[in-house]
Design a protein around this ligand. Sequence first.
Ligand SMILES: [Zn+2]
Length: 85
Amino acid sequence: MGRGKILDINCKCGYKLFRYYKLGKGKIIKCFVDRIEEDFVGLQGLDTYAKPLCPECKKELGIILMIRGAPALKLNQGTIQSVRI
Ligand SMILES: [Zn+2]
């Protein structure tokens, strides 16, 4: 790893959700849970198909899916502030 970047992921309401180690470029579609550096939501340890909520505005952030054997949060693009790198 060396091409990655730490990004703040925020809810549209302004709440800081987590910090994510993003590899490569492009829009963030999903976030692997084991690459989340600081977790203000409690994503770590959630079950597959869990739908975590923003602690502030209670909107759904997305859904936890298993992607290539690792848990990842597939983001609800309507809830997350878009981040481009
Ligand atoms: Zn929110």
